[in-house]
Design a protein. Structure first.
Length: 255
């Protein structure tokens, strides 16, 4: 079976039916830019600090009188609240009825989600936009690199995971580094910019948010998305947090 795209190189994943051109809830297919001010270099912001600490008073022992307050109370250790998957909602990254994807991908873990050009590409979960590429400067035949994705958007989810979609035909105005998005919010439109071999699809990668520009080998994908996509497509809420954290510990953000 062949492979279609990579944010690295693309062979062809499977025989894919011809999809009609339309308008990633991220204008015409292959149109390289959302607006004239687009920068070829992805914009980047460090992930915001979300861990606020809280202190809890220890409960008094049952049946014993409370001790009088001390004039110099000893500090209680603070505890950082942990994020739980139950507080995060997930959405399938392409909002379309005619959509397909494969559980594998060439060279590294990611997937290609095939849909008509122009279909809405949406935020997988609520979070903050990390990087946006608004100009397609990929040159066919050049070595794999950060330009392979063409127009793209990456989001740091509230679950601490980075979600990346590329080959877009358009990034919506207002979607830029530092902007907050919600699960299911459109951020762009499916296309075939970059190294997409002319096939309309969304390259989709899941990774830890290594806070460095130029970490495109991590950003393009480090764990297999298919089992999570299966869940989200059915309205489920399967979380990739554990797998992403496991990869990060084992690889120290090096792909």
């Amino acid at each position: 079976m062949d492979d279609f795209c990579q944010d690295g190189a693309v062979v062809s994943l499977r025989t894919f039916s011809v999809l009609t051109v339309a308008v990633f809830s991220l204008a015409a297919c292959g149109s390289p830019s959302d607006d004239s001010s687009g920068s070829a270099t992805p914009q980047f912001v460090d992930p915001p600090s979300t861990a606020a600490t809280e202190s809890a008073d220890p409960p008094s022992a049952a049946g014993k009188a409370s001790a009088p307050p001390s004039t110099s109370p000893s500090p209680t250790p603070s505890k950082s609240p942990s994020k739980t998957a139950t507080t995060v909602k997930y959405a399938f990254p392409v909002k379309a009825s005619n959509v397909d994807y494969h559980p594998t991908h060439s060279k590294y873990p990611a997937t290609d989600i095939f849909a008509d050009c122009g279909e809405p590409a949406v935020a997988t979960t609520s979070g903050v936009v990390l990087e946006v590429s608004l100009k397609d400067e990929y040159v066919k035949g050049q070595p794999d690199g950060p330009l392979n994705g063409g127009l793209s958007v990456s989001i740091l989810g509230d679950d601490g995971v980075r979600y990346y979609g590329s080959h877009l035909s358009k990034v919506l105005s207002g979607i830029k580094a530092g902007v907050r998005v919600t699960a299911g919010q459109q951020v762009g439109k499916v296309g075939h910019t970059g190294n997409a071999n002319g096939v309309c699809h969304l390259h989709y990668g899941i990774s830890p948010a290594c806070a460095k520009t130029g970490d495109w080998k991590v950003r393009r994908g480090v764990i297999w998305p298919a089992t999570f996509l299966d869940s989200w497509r059915k309205g489920g809420n399967k979380s990739p947090v554990a797998k992403v954290n496991s990869w990060a510990k084992a690889n120290n953000c090096k792909a």
